[in-house]
Write a protein that binds this ligand. Structure first.
Ligand SMILES: *Cc1c(COP(=O)(O)O)cnc(C)c1O
Length: 381
């Protein structure tokens, strides 16, 4: 018997301790963690500066709700939009909530409800975000979903041109489809989306829940594309392991999210904000971003060199290895060899190291993958 609902396919590993890029299970077996809690641990496990920020804040003030002025939230929002075309922020607790806020704001602002999202996207599990998600298996069994989403093939300019019109409130996409298989938007598609949004007055929502907070080597992944979103959603890396989500938007949207339109009891509480501010102060910095880019280049170069059969996709430290071997078996073989990885889509292994991963740790990861996939071929096609 179990006291838990069995809504997760959990690996049978009980982790009890973490430091940097490593975790230990209850038998004290050590693993190199290239999941980072699914792109959450931007600075690795138990980062000393985050531990410090949390300790300090925990003795001052944890939570007041949003009944009161919150200057720290104001500062965090300002840090997130600094040197971008975005102007305002709203805080919540997760990625799905950030997307709910985005969907509500886009509907409220445009007074329209048709939205375009893409096949194999992932936007979350609550009703709006689940309905936005372009995957049948995510909707299955829940009855009528929010009906106003239209799912188009990703990176298909013609399909988009045919579907987007003056009735469309918003187009929503991930710069790299994360859960759906590590599929980056093509430069042509990003350009086409932006042109259509400009021409038809459609809002652009970029879901950066997985790609944001330096994961791709820039603060936000959209900065490397032609996309100029009206709304950006964030979560995963933002709190470095502490739950917090955010929605950022342009100045013209300000009046549409007026008092009483949306809210969250926990969203942006003092504890979450103190930790997220430390994450942002650390990651939104030229040197840090250059290091992420250098680590990403090194990782991809080593993977290409040592695992020639893999199709390497992704941006920055969101890396997908397209493999012919069955992904669940590869994940299990990696665990046996002392490394944690996660799948994406049906035939992709996803590598999500902490953003401050070292060269030695990358070498260790590539050596484990090489042994499993190339040398000893622990898992065959
Ligand atoms: C993980 C994810 C979400 C959902 O975030 P939760 O915090 O699990 O609600 C939404 N969008 C993208 C792109 C994600 O990767």
């Amino acid at each position: 018997m179990t006291a838990l609902f069995q809504n997760y396919n959990r690996r049978p590993i009980h982790l009890v301790k973490g430091q940097g890029s490593y975790v230990w299970d209850e038998q004290e077996k050590k693993y190199l963690d290239f999941t980072s809690g699914i792109a959450v641990l931007a600075l690795g496990h138990c980062s000393p500066i985050l531990v410090q920020a949390m300790k300090e804040q925990s003795e001052k003030l944890w939570h007041t709700s949003n009944l009161f002025t919150n200057t720290e939230q104001e500062k965090l929002a300002a840090s997130l939009v600094k040197d971008t075309h975005l102007a305002h922020g709203f805080f919540c607790n997760s990625g799905t909530e950030a997307n709910e806020a985005a969907i509500k704001l886009a509907r409220k602002h445009t007074k329209k409800h048709k939205m375009i999202t893409f096949i194999n996207s992932f936007h979350g599990r609550t009703f709006g975000a689940m309905s936005a998600t372009g995957q049948e298996k995510v909707h299955s069994g829940f009855g009528p979903i929010v009906e106003t989403f239209e799912y188009l093939p990703f990176n298909d300019v013609k399909a988009l041109q045919a579907a987007a019109d003056e009735d469309t409130a918003a187009i929503m996409l991930e710069v790299v489809q994360g859960e759906g298989g590590v599929n980056p938007v093509t430069p042509e598609f990003a350009q086409a989306i932006q042109t259509i949004c400009d021409e038809k007055g459609i809002l652009l929502i970029v879901d950066e829940v997985q790609t944001g907070i330096a994961r791709t080597g820039t603060r936000f992944a959209f900065e490397q594309t032609a996309l100029k979103p009206n709304i950006v959603t964030l979560a995963k890396g933002l709190g470095g392991g502490f739950p917090i989500g955010a929605m950022l938007g342009t100045a013209d949207l300000f009046d549409s999210f007026s008092a009483g339109t949306h809210g969250s009891t926990f969203g942006g509480n003092q504890m979450a904000v103190a930790i997220a501010q430390t994450v942002i102060d650390t990651t939104f910095n030229e040197t840090f971003l250059e290091n992420v880019q250098a680590s990403a280049s090194y990782l991809k170069e080593q993977l290409a060199l040592h695992i020639p059969q893999a199709e390497i996709r992704g941006m920055g430290l969101l890396v997908g290895l397209g493999l012919k071997q069955p992904i669940p078996q590869v994940v299990e073989a990696c665990e046996q060899a002392g490394m944690l990885v996660v799948g994406a889509g049906t035939s992709t292994l996803r590598l999500l190291p902490p953003l401050n991963v070292s060269k030695e740790e990358i070498d260790e990861a590539v050596a484990i993958l090489k042994e499993i996939l190339v040398e000893k071929q622990v898992v065959t096609e």
